[in-house]
Design a protein around this ligand. Structure first.
Ligand SMILES: Cc1cc2nc3c(=O)[nH]c(=O)nc-3n(C[C@H](O)[C@H](O)[C@H](O)COP(=O)(O)OP(=O)(O)OC[C@H]3O[C@@H](n4cnc5c(N)ncnc54)[C@H](O)[C@@H]3O)c2cc1C
Length: 319
C-alpha cells in the first residue's frame, strides 16, 4: 500500500518536473508540438510501448538543434524516432525526450537525377514522387513503412535493393551537435547496419542519386512489388516487419517453420502464420509478450540449428 503511494507520489513529481520542462520545450518548437507522458504505442507499428516522459515534434532543422542543445545542457536523454516501424518500446516507456521526425519534418526536392529529402519523409512518398519525375531506383523501398532517417540508420532494403545503393550523402548532427555530411562509406552501411546504430547521431536529411526511367514502367514495378509484399506479409496485423536479421548462409523463416512455431503465441504476441519471420500483435500484446516470444524463438533456433539469431528490431525503453 505504502509502496503504491510512493510510486504515485514519484509519478506526480515526475509529471510536475516534466510539465515545467515541456513549457520550456514548447517555447522552442511551438506549444502544439510537445506532449508529456505520451504513449509510444501510438507511435510504433507494433502498437506497443509505454509512455515517453516527453515527446517533441520539431518542424525545422533549427528546432531540432535547439531541442538537442536544451536536452544536452540539462543532461536529459534523447531518443530520435521516425515512423516507429522497426522499434520495440518496452512497457515502462522511455525516460527523457523522444524526438519524432515524421510528417512534421518531410520536405523534399528533386534536382536532375538527385533527390534531397528531410528525414521524416516516408519511403513510399519518396518512391512515388521520384517515380512521377521519371526516376528509377527507389522501387525496392516503396513498400517499406519507414521514414528516410530510419532507413539510413537501418540501411533498409528489400527485393535486392538497399539504401546503400542510392545514397549519396546523409546530413547528420553529431555528438557535438555539429552538422556533418556523411558518405555511405563513412556511415559503414552494410546489411541492416550503419554506424548510426552505435554512435548517437541524428539524421537530418539525405541526398539520393537515381537513374532516368519511364514513369509508367516504374509505377508498374512499384505495384508489382506491393502485391508480392501483401501476398507474403501479415500486413493485417501490427508488427515491425522481420524480427531477426538473416544469419550468414541461412534463412530465418524456414528454420522457424521447421520448428513448427508458426501460430505459437505468448500473450497477444504470435509468430505469424503467414510469414514465419514476423511476430505480430494479435491484440493486446505487451512489449514483454513480444520480448519473451523473441527469446523463445531464439532459444529454439539455437538449440536445433546452432544458429544465433540477432534481432533486427531496435529494442528501447524501460521494462
Ligand atoms: C510490415 C513491415 C514491413 C517491413 N519491411 C521491411 C523491409 O522490407 N526492409 C527493411 O529494411 N525493413 C522493413 N521493415 C522495417 C522498417 O520499416 C525499416 O527498418 C525502416 O527503415 C524503419 O524506419 P522508421 O522511420 O520506422 O524508423 P524507426 O523504427 O522510427 O527507428 C529505427 C531506428 O532508427 C533510429 N532513427 C529513426 N530516425 C532517426 C533519425 N532521423 N536520426 C537518427 N536515428 C533515427 C531509431 O532511434 C531506431 O533506432 C518493415 C516493417 C514493417 C512494419
Amino acid at each position: 500500500m505504502k509502496e503504491r503511494e510512493n510510486e504515485k507520489t514519484q509519478a506526480r513529481e515526475a509529471a510536475g518536473t516534466w510539465s515545467g520542462l515541456a513549457a520550456d520545450l514548447a517555447r522552442l518548437v511551438g506549444p502544439g508540438n510537445v506532449r508529456v507522458n505520451e504513449p509510444l504505442s501510438a507511435h510504433t507499428s507494433f502498437r506497443v510501448g509505454g509512455p515517453a516522459d516527453c515527446m517533441v515534434f520539431p518542424r525545422s532543422e533549427e528546432q531540432v538543434e535547439a531541442v538537442l542543445r536544451f536536452c544536452r545542457t540539462r543532461n536529459i536523454p534523447v531518443l530520435v524516432i521516425g515512423r516507429g516501424s522497426n522499434l520495440l518500446v518496452r512497457d515502462g516507456g522511455v525516460r527523457g525526450v523522444v524526438v519524432k521526425l515524421a510528417d512534421n519534418f518531410a520536405q523534399w526536392e528533386i534536382e536532375g537525377r538527385e533527390v534531397w529529402a528531410q528525414a521524416g519523409i516516408t519511403l513510399r512518398r519518396l518512391a512515388l514522387q521520384t517515380a512521377l519525375a521519371g526516376l528509377t531506383g527507389l522501387e525496392f523501398a516503396s513498400g517499406i513503412p519507414g521514414a528516410l532517417g530510419g532507413a539510413v540508420v537501418m540501411n533498409a532494403g528489400a527485393y535486392g535493393g538497399e539504401i546503400k545503393d542510392v545514397l549519396v550523402t546523409a546530413t547528420v548532427l553529431d555528438q557535438n551537435l555539429e552538422r556533418r555530411e556523411m558518405s555511405p562509406a563513412e556511415l559503414q552501411l552494410s546489411y541492416r547496419y550503419s554506424i548510426l546504430q552505435k554512435e548517437r547521431m541524428l539524421v537530418l536529411s539525405a541526398r539520393l542519386r537515381l537513374s532516368r526511367g519511364e514513369p509508367g514502367a516504374i509505377m508498374r514495378q512499384i505495384d508489382d512489388l506491393w502485391e508480392r509484399r501483401a501476398s507474403r506479409q501479415p500486413l493485417e496485423y501490427p508488427s515491425a516487419g522481420s524480427v531477426f536479421k538473416r544469419p550468414p548462409g541461412r534463412y530465418v523463416g524456414p528454420m522457424i517453420q521447421e520448428l513448427g512455431l508458426q501460430g505459437f503465441r505468448i500473450g497477444g504476441a504470435e509468430v505469424s502464420q503467414k510469414h514465419a519471420g514476423f511476430i505480430v500483435n494479435r491484440g493486446g500484446a505487451t512489449a514483454r509478450d513480444i520480448l519473451e516470444l523473441i527469446e523463445y524463438v531464439r532459444a529454439r533456433v539455437r538449440e536445433r540449428f546452432g544458429v544465433e539469431l540477432e534481432p533486427e528490431v531496435r529494442i528501447v525503453g524501460d521494462p
